[in-house]
Structures are given as structure tokens and as C-alpha cells.
Ligand binder design. Sequence first.
Ligand code: DAH
Length: 346
Amino acid sequence: MMLSTSMLDRSIQELESRSLARIASAKTREDLEAARVEALGRKGGLNQFSKEMGKLPPEERKRIGALLNAAKQNLEAAIEARERTFAEAALNVRLDAEWLDLTLPAPGPRRGHLHPITRIQRELEELFSSLGFAVLDGPEVETEYHNFDALNIPPDHPARDMQDTFWLESGNLLRTHTSPVQVRGMERFGPPLRMIAPGRVFRNESVDASHEHTFYQLEGMMIDRDVSVAHLIYFMKTLLAAIFKRDVTVRLRPGYFPFVEPGFELDIQCLICGGSGCPVCKQSGWVELLPCGLVHPNVLRMSNIDPEQWNGFAFGLGLTRLAMMRYGIDDIRQLQGGDLRFLEQF
Ligand code: DAH
């Protein structure tokens, strides 16, 4: 086919205006792409005229070439402009959908808080610090000597059976109480001594509403000259008043612990049920909270303190049980359960 140059001019112009109209009316990206292929595609569109151009005399070839270039640029610009309107429309849809009301107050940061046991522990640390007691720490993996022997519990002593022990292969054990820190305190500082030792303890027990294999105690010890049961009672009353911030009914019973003589059980009336009986107090209305006594002379002697010169009292507070009483928690398993719905209540 041989087109005259005027026909070629017209064909180019026609293709250009048809394509411009199609680009302008494209409703989707697919429409636009079809229009682009028609106008600028490798096989069709303006390219089909390039072949014809080759057959023209040089000046004409130049003129038509310029015409084609101009048409191509127009079309490319039109496509680009149309593409921009699509992009803007898409952006507007997105902006509408993802609209944010920046005048709304931002939600506050979520804050954690201390575990109820930690809270009580810190309160007691503060109280006892104000009374001149040092706060001591001891290892959770203990030696048999510190956990038992130095507390006047020799290997064949039946009291060892009272505390089911997790033994380690090394011959050490997971401490069954915080009392070994008494021994470490006496070894390290000697008399006179006022110390408390809060911490985690472990017993190989079957778990129920009031027993856990892992729980918290707070040990206390005071050694000085002429310490009496009256001193002990004074400190225990101060302690309980600080914790409960209300009147609690207490009773003192004789209690046996190898490391004290005399030994006592200080019970408080159950604050969960008010004394009428519940699973926490095992239906008795009373909860053992504060075993205590005057330090046994053997215990002093084993830590190189002369019982003729010095004596003292000691107590072992059940921190876990105390938290349960104070916050009205009736199942010990909840404390270590890690359930935030439970913990967030405190
Ligand atoms: N260590 C004892 C226990 O866990 C509690 C105890 C009793 C501690 C009497 C004392 C005490 O300091 O005097 O069962």
C-alpha cells in the first residue's frame, strides 16, 4: 500500500484524535491500557506509519517523522494524565476509608503494675526498714546445711518430713523456707542483728486451693541482749496492724519448730469467710499466718553466737497467704497462674 502524504497526515491525525478520545473516556486502568496498545502498541498504532515513512522522499520523511513524534508525545502525555487521575481517585477512596479523627484524644499507654505479692513484700520491707531491720537476700538453691542442719534439724529429724523437699542431683536443694537466710545473716553480720528476708520457696506438695509447690515467705530475725516474748509480740502486732490496716482477731498457740524455743503459731481469723469456714481456712475459721518463737540456743551456737550473751526472736510470715487474706483471693493457684484478667484486678 502506498499512501499519499496528505492521506498519511490525515490518518495520523485521525488515529491521534480517536486515541485521545478513548484515553479521555477510559473508565478503568484496563480501558486505558487497551487505548494505549491501540495508539502506541508495537504492531499497530502510530508505529504502522513508520513503515510508510521509509518510502517517502527525505524532506517528507522528516516532516512526517516530526508529526509522528508530536502525536506520540501528545498521546503519552494524555495517558500519563489519565493515569494520574486514576491514582488520585484511588488515593481518595483510601483516604475516605482510612479517615482518622485527629481531634480525638489518644488512648493512654497501657501500664503494668506490681504483682499483689510484690506489693505486700515492698510494704513490709519499708516497714521493717523503718524499724531498723536490714533486708537480706539468699539463694533459692540452698545447701542442706543452711536449709536444715544449721536450723537445728539434723538428718534423721522428723521435722524434715514436714517439708517435702525438692532435692537436686548435686545434693543441694530448693529452699523449703526462707529461714536459711537467718543463718546466712548470722554468719555474715553476727550479733546484734535485725533482718528480714523475703523470697520464694519450694515444696514438693500436691497442689490445691491452699497449697502450691512455689510460694513466698518473709523471714524475720532480731538478735540482741535480753530479747523476750514481749518484744516478739510487739513486733508481730505492729506487723499485722501495718498489713491489714484494720483490726484482725489473732490467737497465739504453742507451735513446734526445731529452730525456736518456745515456738508459737500466730493465727488470724480468716478474712475470706470472717471465721465461718471456707476452703482457704479448711473450714476452721482460722489461718496459720505467722509461726514464730525465740531462737533456739543451738541455732545461735551453730552460727558462732554465744547464747549466754545473746538471744532473739524469729518469725516466718507466709507472704502468699497474706496476699490472699488481704485481697480476698480464695485460690492460691491464681497467684502464679499468669492470667492477666485475674492480675489486672489488683
Ligand atoms: N520456716 C518455717 C516454715 O516455713 C516457718 C517459721 C517458723 C519460721 C518459726 C520462723 C519461726 O522463723 O520462728 O515452716
